[in-house]
Design a binder for this molecule. Structure first.
Ligand SMILES: [Zn+2]
Length: 413
């Protein structure tokens, strides 16, 4: 019976585009930022759809929505499945939304097929995954997993000084339920890849085994401002040169830990930033990532030593400060296997992937067995209104999600 189960791809596609009508962007994408009126409208539509599918919707104190399809065993732990409905200010139609509406489509399909499961299935919409209006990203799932406290989250402010707590209340989605009180048998999240690998290799499905760990090291180099024309080369203390050499070093370190490690400098400030002054100071942030904790540590160590050596050679003062960190994530072996088996059973081509971006699943993995399914997106483009996927990719991803969830929730009869 299980191998014949399929979601309704037409209905999923229609739901995705109905949701996209709420909080439209300017170029065909979406601006449905967290805790805005548009977010509230999207939430209400999602709630109506869940209730129409026979689910009761619970809301926790962070505004995360949990829609439950009952199982046959009242004592069985639920299988959770979902993602986020909020978008970037110039976001696409699928980032996050596919994971929530793909999960809803699972329940709609189970209803159509009149299939019961032993374990309840809970469809989740996590609050503020994107983190643009209120930093950091993955906020509600972080509170759920005990990474942040509720009070800290409530007091985060947007650019206008409005807080998360106030805005949750204003849009009517500050629930009563304690955050993190729910116990999960497993959590599954379907997401677009947001990278180019699946499309380039012509694969239908990414089986996500790990999430990249991240280190942000902010480096300040102090040299001496002086005239670019009249200062002899030997007398220069060029902070810009130090940054250039450290940029090379970061690239070399990442390549030494190929193929999964990456590194770059994406942020820099040059002082005084004048065409005819040798930079007296630069401040920049090194971004290093790897799915392996030992590699993360080794890369950070090489950066520390190498950067100090470079500064000394040029005569620069150096300060280094860690300004951001996530540990690498290893997803649950049984859940990952359920995803891979589902792709195999359904005849989809697949490969293992490491998630380069953060997701709610990365936090939930700390408190429940978790895995992710990824589908391709055109040119790897995301966080962009031009983000695009095909209906077939969405359907394949949702079918794999369906099988992994149903296998974990156990069909009855
Ligand atoms: Zn997302």
């Amino acid at each position: 019976m299980e191998s014949n189960l399929r979601i309704n791809g037409d209905r999923l596609w229609e739901a995705l585009h109905q949701m996209a009508e709420i909080g439209p962007g300017v170029r065909g994408g979406n601006n449905r930022q967290t805790l805005t009126d548009a977010d509230a409208e999207g939430r209400r539509l999602f709630q109506r759809w869940c209730e129409a599918a026979g689910m009761g919707v619970g809301i926790d104190k962070m505004g995360t929505m949990f829609a439950t399809r009952q199982g046959t065993d009242p004592d069985a732990l639920p299988v959770y499945v979902g993602s986020h409905l909020d978008t970037q200010p110039t976001g696409g139609r699928y980032d996050g939304v596919l994971g929530v509406l793909g999960a809803l489509e699972i329940v709609r399909s189970l209803n159509d097929l009149n299939v019961k499961t032993k374990h309840p299935i809970v469809v989740v919409n996590w609050t503020n995954e994107e983190g643009t209006r209120f930093a950091p990203p993955m906020l509600a799932s972080g509170v759920f997993a005990g990474v942040h406290t509720l009070d800290w989250a409530y007091n985060l402010k947007d650019a206008e000084g409005k807080t998360v707590g106030e805005e949750l209340e204003r849009i009517g989605f500050k629930g009563e339920e304690e955050v993190g009180a729910r116990k999960m048998r497993a959590f599954f999240e379907l997401h677009i890849e947001q990278g180019p690998i699946l499309e380039a290799e012509g694969k239908d499905i990414g089986v996500v085994t790990h999430g990249q760990g991240l280190n942000w090291t902010e480096i300040t180099l102090i040299g001496k401002e002086s005239h670019t024309g009249s200062t002899p080369m030997k007398m220069r203390v060029n902070a810009g040169l130090g940054m250039a050499r450290i940029t090379e070093l970061v690239d070399k370190i990442a390549l030494e830990h190929a193929p999964d490690a990456v590194g770059a400098i994406g942020h820099c400030e040059v002082y005084p930033n004048s065409r005819n002054i040798i930079p007296g100071k630069v401040v920049f942030t090194v971004d290093q990532r790897s799915p392996d904790k030992a590699v993360m540590d080794a890369m950070e160590e090489k950066l520390q030593q190498g950067a100090r050596r470079i500064a000394e050679e040029i005569g620069l003062q150096i300060e280094m400060q860690r300004v951001g960190h996530f540990d690498p994530v290893t997803f649950d072996e049984a859940c990952v296997t359920a995803v891979r088996n589902a792709a195999e059973r359904l005849g989809y081509s697949h490969r293992n992937l490491i998630s380069g971006a953060g997701h709610d699943a990365c936090w939930i993995n700390r408190v429940a067995p978790t895995a992710m399914v990824m589908c391709p997106c055109v040119d790897g483009l995301s966080h962009n209104e031009d983000e695009e996927i095909s209906k077939e990719w969405a359907e394949a991803g949702a079918n794999v999600l369906f099988h992994a969830v149903v296998e974990t929730a156990e069909i009855v009869g």
